[in-house]
Design a protein around this ligand. Structure first.
Ligand SMILES: [Zn+2]
Length: 170
């Protein structure tokens, strides 16, 4: 397995929708294994393919934060089938290091997605799992948690990132 480098806010692929996966082969399995390894190393609770510069609808989630509990979820070509309720929690992103903000999200979701072999199943989640699924699926649509913030909160973070970019520190 290979650790992949993470791209950050401003990289084109993070702000554009990813394509559906059509081929479930050894190359795809290698890519998914690399994503899992990269997520554990970060460590993070989720990673989407656009975060390593691959424009495909794949994300991996493991709520154990790098403890390798074997509870890793691989989510390919996902679609929401249900979204209910509301939760307000602090959220960050490996592609926006050093920043976090309170983001409003539905409290419960059901997602229809394929696994690494292309088998369709339904994933239901509440609380942190619901949040992680939405955060990662947002990545597949070219959206970051910053894009979920209202008005000035988003502007303040974006302005700080631009400052870091100009200083060559991003
Ligand atoms: Zn993220």
């Amino acid at each position: 397995m290979t650790l992949r480098s993470l791209v950050k806010y401003g990289a084109h692929g993070l702000h554009a929708p990813a394509a559906r996966v059509e081929t479930f082969d050894a190359d795809l399995h290698k890519l998914i294994d690399d994503m899992i390894e990269t997520m554990y190393a970060a460590p993070g609770i989720g990673l989407a393919a656009p975060q390593i510069g691959v424009a495909l609808q794949i994300c991996v989630i493991d709520l154990s934060v790098g403890k390798r509990g074997g509870q890793v979820l691989t989510v390919v070509n996902p679609e929401f089938i249900e979204r209910d309720g509301m939760q307000l929690e602090e959220e960050g992103c490996l592609s926006v290091p050093g920043f976090s903000a309170t983001v409003a999200r539905p409290a419960r979701v059901a997602v229809r997605a394929m696994d690494r072999d292309g088998v369709l199943r339904t994933i239901e989640g509440t609380g942190l799992l619901a949040r992680a699924l939405q955060h990662e699926i947002d990545h597949l649509e070219g959206r970051l948690f910053l894009d979920r913030l209202r008005g000035v909160k988003r502007e303040i973070i974006v302005r700080k990132i631009r400052k870091l970019q100009r200083a060559g520190k991003w």
